[in-house]
Design a protein around this ligand. Structure first.
Ligand code: PBG
Length: 330
């Protein structure tokens, strides 16, 4: 029999004929346990405060935080990631090291609200410095890498004492994982895990986050966060963090860096996380609000693409909502 091009033998469409068939052959699925919910907690807030550039997301008060954390846990979300928004800032970010500071308090409130849910505390100075940088500055106004490591090491002990099971090292200082690991171990916190923001790019997509944490940054982070043009550089950054003792490596942002996620997944055997950042969230919300596309489908497609690229853990502001959808579907 000769091949009739008008009657193909190979028909990939067979596996797409029904919802059941598509479900059977799906290569990638979302699961609530792999979703991480970032939360912002504002010092002194009596009520949750909306964040204009992040529709649907708030700066939490203590009680709205507790509700959000309990809801996330009940929906099966895998972890919460906590950011503190302090009332006062200074050049050295001293508030970050205060055992009664807003971040440390917020960690305790999360642990109390849901003792089973892992709490990831953001280990960085930028919310606490009056210049808004992720580290301390030297006399010439440059971010002083090694002086910052000392601050991170101290901050790590305070956050671990407060009950954070995981510290998210997001500052992009060289050697931060090694320094923090060694300080934690010396302080007896050998079980506190490190989530390394291993490949973190200097991204415009962090825009709404700056409003969310009331960042005082003037200028940019190009001397410590990565150049969006570079992928091989991520291989090096990730390898260094693995060598220094990272437990989980993260790529950030996610949607604009799927190639970096895929490469990281191929290179390392640690869990790989990816962070769908504030601007990526805001873009989809804005387009959906403008009627450009179906909101739920766009969110599911975006998160599935990050999963498909190779991230096993997804940090997303949609975590609880998506976990709710996944529950509905069961
Ligand atoms: C810095 C930090 C940032 C984000 C998380 N941690 C901002 C930055 O690096 O400028 C951004 C997260 C987001 O945009 O959702 N500690």
């Amino acid at each position: 029999m000769t091949y009739d091009p008008f009657h193909p033998i190979h028909r990939p469409r067979r596996l797409r004929t029904t919802p059941g068939m598509r479900n059977l052959v799906a290569e990638t699925r979302l699961h609530p346990a792999e979703l991480v919910l970032p939360v912002f907690v504002a010092e002194g807030a009596a009520d949750p405060r909306p964040i204009a550039s992040l529709p649907g997301i708030v700066q939490h008060s203590r009680s709205s935080l507790v509700d959000a954390v309990q809801e996330a846990y009940e929906l099966g979300v895998g972890a919460v990631m906590v950011y503190g928004v302090p009332l006062t800032k200074d050049a050295r970010g001293t508030g970050a090291l205060d055992p009664d500071g807003i971040l440390t308090q917020a960690v305790r409130w999360c642990v109390e609200a849901s003792p089973q849910l892992p709490v990831i505390a953001d280990l960085c100075l930028d919310e606490f410095t009056d210049h808004g940088h992720c580290g301390v500055l030297d006399e010439s106004g440059r971010v002083d890498n090694d002086a910052t490591l000392v601050q991170y090491a101290a901050m790590a002990g305070v956050l671990a004492d407060a009950g954070a099971g995981i510290l998210g090292a997001s500052g992009m200082m060289d050697g931060q994982i090694g320094a923090v690991r060694s300080a934690l171990d010396d302080g007896g916190h050998t079980d506190t895990a490190l989530l390394a923001y291993a490949a973190k790019y200097a991204s415009a997509f962090y825009g709404p986050f700056r409003e969310a944490v009331q960042s005082s940054l003037v200028g940019d982070r190009f001397t410590y966060q990565q150049d969006p043009a570079n992928a091989r550089e991520s291989v090096r950054e990730v390898a260094l963090d693995v060598a220094e003792g990272a437990d989980i490596v993260m790529v950030k942002p996610a949607l604009a860096y799927l190639d970096v996620i895929a490469r990281t997944r191929a290179d390392v055997d640690l869990p790989v996380a990816a962070y769908v950042v504030s601007g990526e969230y805001a873009m989809i919300e804005a387009a959906a609000a403008a009627g450009a596309f179906d909101r739920r489908r766009a969110i599911e497609e975006a998160l599935t693409s990050v999963r498909r690229a190779g991230a096993g853990i997804l940090a997303t502001y949609w975590a609880s909502e998506v976990a709710g959808w996944l529950r509905e579907r069961r």
